[in-house]
Design a protein around this ligand. Structure first.
Ligand code: R5P
Length: 292
């Protein structure tokens, strides 16, 4: 069965790269936004029976509707199998009812996507209280882990560094990156009280004086987690603090605030199209696509 590739919205350049590297034909899409905000979708070519649909799901609410419409169109055009390549998978952080009356959005979103596509490939979804995507998705899922890519990038581009993971969940990335880059690392403990209210106590790190400190996390959203750490590092006299993440979800305002807090540069994987992109994930995704 031959395969077509389609890129949705800002994932189109990544789809073009995957098409070039895989040899699959990319079918262009004409996406029109009506004045009332609704989408009109038009596929400018005939897809094969097997389609790889590339759509990172940062800013998911609008993109998900476009995805629903596109999958409907593909089925109407006779497509038998859709693989969704979504380097950033949304709604994974609402994995439990935190307060009475709340729902488990991760489950509801998984139900929706499982009804739209036949297979899903993603990178470092936020697996915390849900241990594996298969717990909530009823379709085959390929879950890739970007820490080795980050580690190789750090090893090849930085020296004289020490790494910090800002919370317990970041340990799986920071410990692996530190191992590959042969650098020391520490993991902090974080308490979250609200979207922008996090508390982290950074211990005395004077043994690392003179080193560049690299903060490593799976994602940056408001940037508060990293800012809270960076502010304390500055008080301890560290003047070269940088950050590296898998998924850069933050906007320009958060980027400016992180700079003010003392983070000299923020770099990310191109799982989300973002000005901070530095580590390319396209070969990695192709490996995931090749998995059964
Ligand atoms: C939390 O568990 C994640 O790993 C990140 O630390 C968090 O999502 C970052 O969010 P923010 O940038 O808003 O502090």
């Amino acid at each position: 069965m031959t395969t077509s590739i389609i890129g949705l919205l800002d994932s189109d350049p990544l789809a073009a790269t995957l098409a070039k590297k895989s040899g699959f034909e990319k079918i262009p899409l004409d996406l029109h936004r009506f004045p009332d905000g609704e989408w009109r979708i038009r596929l400018l070519g005939k897809p094969d029976e097997n389609v790889v649909l590339v759509c990172s799901l940062d800013q998911p609410n609008d993109k998900t509707v476009a995805l629903v419409l596109l999958c409907g169109l593909l089925r109407d055009m006779g497509v038998k199998h859709i693989t969704l390549v979504t380097p950033y998978l949304a709604y994974m952080r609402q994995d439990v009812a935190f307060n009475p009356g709340e729902g488990v959005s991760a489950r509801y979103f998984a139900r929706l996507l499982s009804g739209l596509v036949d297979r899903l490939i993603t990178i470092d979804p936020h697996l915390h209280r849900i241990a594996a995507l298969e717990e909530v998705y009823s379709i085959p899922c390929v879950t890739l882990h970007a820490a080795p890519l980050l580690g190789e990038w750090v090893r090849d581009n930085l020296s004289g560094i020490a790494l910090i993971g800002p919370d317990g969940e970041s340990e799986q990335w920071v410990s692996e990156v530190a191992g590959i880059a042969a650098a020391p690392f520490a993991v902090m403990q974080k308490k979250r009280f609200g979207d922008r209210d996090v508390r982290i106590e950074v211990p005395d790190l004077s043994a690392w004086k003179g080193r560049t400190i690299l903060l490593v996390d799976d994602m940056i959203s408001t940037g508060r987690t990293l800012m809270v750490v960076a502010e304390q590092l500055r008080q301890q006299g560290f003047d070269d603090v940088r950050a590296l993440c898998v998924h850069a979800l933050h906007d320009d305002e958060a980027a400016a605030k992180m700079k003010t807090a003392g983070i000299n540069s923020v770099l990310s994987c191109n799982t989300v199209a973002h000005a901070s992109n530095a580590v390319d994930i396209s070969d990695f995704l192709l490996q995931g696509m090749a998995q059964a």
